[in-house]
Design a protein around this ligand. Structure first.
Ligand code: ZN
Ligand code: ZN
Length: 415
């Protein structure tokens, strides 16, 4: 009772602060009674989580002891975070500084680190070269600057996390501290170092949350499909497709301890609102934060998401996979042919699977009774698919859900 009253009070505070301003609704995708659900599995909200994974790179303007502490704490926290996520089978996006993929690096003959890399046109944080702090040694000597071991640990997890990018050297994408050449060079270097592991960066988190949307065409050219966006009022919205085809995933909140209130309660309120609105909720964090915040606040939020996921209400997903779903949904049109005891749904899709990646789409099909046999056509193949009843339906006609590959050409249902 007390907890409930508390949550209502908190919610009105967030509302007054403007934190719960309306965002985009999912675009209508109804075709003759058949709908492409806003999210996979007909979840009512998507949950994405991103980590700004940078070790010492983000903290170069701090005093040396503080900078080193951030690296040390990240190394302590990553296994803890991975274990919490494994316990709940929840994937997240690790927005990784490109330099962390290196095992070692060397100073060039000119005395500069990474001399082939473009430098920011302006640096308000320190005098001298942009790569001044790079120790130019190796993982063993300076584990705050190189982290192939941690990246390997993330990839070895039983949960399939996304490895995204946070630029190569933690640049600031603001107008005065960046230019086309720098952004192109940074993204190309990330592609190069990640490519050695068979990885491709698909999601970008701008360092320091300084948004570089002016570079979305360059970002799209680098085959990145989503960026994290911070809006001053909108925290919950359906993902927003920019003209370049790069999606903006809105940041809902960052992980921290609540000042004067229970922080996981804030997350519960926001996730509850996202469910009401068919919106995407996004939590982000620094793995360099105090370990306590992971043991307590993070664990509690993940548990809540797990419970809602198990109830079919939310879809915890990486930024890359959420973007793939939204893009496939956006690009797909359905035509529905009804016969006496069957229905055929044809998918007409211009979905660019090479760019956005493989995804399923969830179709909601009203049917008078339980389907007997369902097939999809995909290329020259025909495959059986399963239907499952939508449990919390309110209408008269039963609705059945089908998860089918976005690249399928048809769904045939006999009933
Ligand atoms: Zn280096
Ligand atoms: Zn950062």
């Amino acid at each position: 009772m007390f907890a409930h009253a508390n949550r209502l009070l908190l919610k009105s505070i967030f509302r007054l602060k403007g934190d719960l301003a309306a965002g985009l609704r999912p675009p209508e995708k109804q075709f003759d009674g058949v709908e492409i659900a806003p999210f996979l599995g007909r979840a009512q909200a998507a949950i994405t989580i991103s980590a700004d994974f940078e070790l010492e790179w983000a903290f170069r303007s701090l005093r040396l002891e503080e900078q080193e502490l951030m690296g040390v704490r990240t190394r302590v926290n990553v296994p803890i975070i991975l274990r919490i996520l494994e316990g709940a089978s929840i994937p997240i996006t690790w927005a990784t500084v490109g330099h962390l993929f290196l095992e070692s690096c060397e100073r060039g003959s000119c005395g500069l680190a990474h001399s082939h890399m473009p430098r920011p046109p302006h640096n308000p944080h320190w005098d001298g070269d942009w790569y001044l702090h790079d120790p130019c040694t190796n993982l063993r000597k300076h584990p705050g600057w190189y982290a192939p071991d941690l990246i390997e640990m993330i990839r070895a997890s039983s949960v399939r996390h996304e490895i995204g990018t946070h630029s190569f050297s933690h640049i600031d994408f603001s107008q005065e501290t960046s230019n086309d050449e720098l952004v192109r060079g940074e993204l190309a270097e990330c592609q190069a170092v990640m490519g050695k592991l068979g990885l491709k960066p698909k999601s970008l988190v701008y360092p320091r949350n300084r948004m570089g949307h002016q570079y979305l065409d360059i970002i799209a050219d680098a085959n990145i499909t989503s960026v994290r966006h911070r809006d001053s009022t909108v925290r919950l919205t359906y993902p927003h497709r920019s003209e370049s085809g790069v999606y903006k995933l809105y940041d809902s909140m960052n992980l921290r301890k609540g000042t004067g209130y229970d922080y996981p309660n804030k997350a519960k309120i926001f996730v509850g609102e996202a469910i009401q609105r068919n919106a995407a909720y996004h939590l982000w964090f620094h793995p360099s934060d105090e370990t306590e915040v992971f043991e307590n606040e993070f664990r509690s939020i993940i548990r809540h998401v797990e419970t809602l996921r198990d109830q079919g209400k939310v879809w915890p997903v990486t930024m890359e996979n959420l973007t793939a779903y939204c893009e496939a949904r956006q690009k797909t049109k359905l035509t529905v042919e009804r016969r006496t005891e069957s229905i055929r749904v044809c998918l007409d899709s211009g979905y660019d699977v090479a760019r956005y990646g493989v995804t399923d789409l969830t179709l909601r099909v009203p049917l008078p009774r339980l389907p007997t046999k369902c097939f999809i056509g995909i290329g020259s193949d025909r495959r059986l698919v399963q239907a499952r009843p939508e449990l919390d339906r309110t209408g008269e006609t039963p609705v059945y859900l089908f998860d089918i590959p976005a690249t399928a050409s048809e769904l045939e249902i006999a009933y």
